[in-house]
Write a protein that binds this ligand. Sequence first.
Ligand SMILES: NC(=O)c1ccc[n+]([C@@H]2O[C@H](COP(=O)([O-])OP(=O)(O)OC[C@H]3O[C@@H](n4cnc5c(N)ncnc54)[C@H](O)[C@@H]3O)[C@@H](O)[C@H]2O)c1
Ligand SMILES: [Zn+2]
Ligand SMILES: [Zn+2]
Length: 355
Amino acid sequence: MQITAAVSRSPDSPFTLESVDLDAPRADEVLVRIHATGLCHTDLSSKTRIPGPAVLGHEGAGVVEAVGAGVAGIAQGDHVLLSYRSCGECAQCRSGHRPYCSRSALLNSSGCRADGSATLSQNGTPLFGSFFGQSSFAQYALASADNVVVVDPAVDLAVAAPLGCGFQTGAGAVLNVLTPEQDSRLVVFGAGGVGLAAVMAAKALGVGQIVAVDPVASRRAKAVELGASQTVDPTSEDVAAVVRGATHALDTTALPDVVATALRVLEPRGILVTVGLGARHATIDVVDLLLNGKMIRGCVEGDANPAEFIPELLKLHAQVKFPMEAVIRRYDARDIQTAVAGSRSGAAIKPVLVW
Ligand SMILES: NC(=O)c1ccc[n+]([C@@H]2O[C@H](COP(=O)([O-])OP(=O)(O)OC[C@H]3O[C@@H](n4cnc5c(N)ncnc54)[C@H](O)[C@@H]3O)[C@@H](O)[C@H]2O)c1
Ligand SMILES: [Zn+2]
Ligand SMILES: [Zn+2]
């Protein structure tokens, strides 16, 4: 079918709305009419790596238009959130850690189906698609049973769309990996969509001291609104001195100096979780790590299984303990470039495109 999608022609070009062809759903696939798609920083960093033409977007939310014959438990008309794909069969999936699926790269970032066929094309030429098993910067997306989460039709799809990645990542890093206690001191570096989801989750857990570090004043103010007990401006304050005594730290910046500082400010046996995707290398003080029994862990998608974790976060949201509407900003999908600019300038924390 012919649909409209936001296409990245090349790493440097703006997204352009173009007419493209979407394949019919196969037996194991789900066709979703996209209502809203969150813009995650990973869309922008992937854009710079993928030569294009490509359709990105991996926080899709919409209504099921059709399901393949082999799909159970998902029906036409269901309201759904889309997340990342996993095989469900490898050792990591079976042990409950689906983000580390052995087929993850093939299923989420190969640009096509696992068998090599394209879901998206233009005048017969394949486009890079199937991004996170969706490519949802588009009016319609082909997903799979393993990355579709059915939700109550009362859920506002534009508010909930970022649960598919950014909100799941920040909240999961806190609830599934860092697991701070009420008397812990958690420091979150970077108050973007991921960092603020971490702040909300920590507040929901009742963590007493939540420190948010971000150079953007409006983001620090938002962190306070969502439960941070202290904020730090790295451009004017000595971060290491102000946040000292942390028991738990989360890095969402992927900046080498910030990662090094995050490790340094930890108390003995403190834990740093990194989720930022950016610089590949950082220099850390190995002696400090060793002598103080500190720990560093990476974490993808909050180490969460979307089918279980997203409903939990929606429950917290219904109890007003995860107020994610305070973080999103809606944009007409035609204004995708304005949304990108808002994300880059810091004006929009979590842009959501409405189709
Ligand atoms: N691991 C995963 O599964 C996963 C999932 C989603 C996103 N990500 C990655 O997580 C990161 C955060 O994503 P996001 O959407 O929240 O991005 P974002 O750009 O909205 O947030 C990053 C924040 O860091 C702040 N920052 C910049 N310099 C800083 C400094 N010196 N100290 C403290 N803060 C600083 C920025 O002002 C911004 O608010 C990105 O790298 C993204 O690619 C990873
Ligand atoms: Zn797997
Ligand atoms: Zn993402």
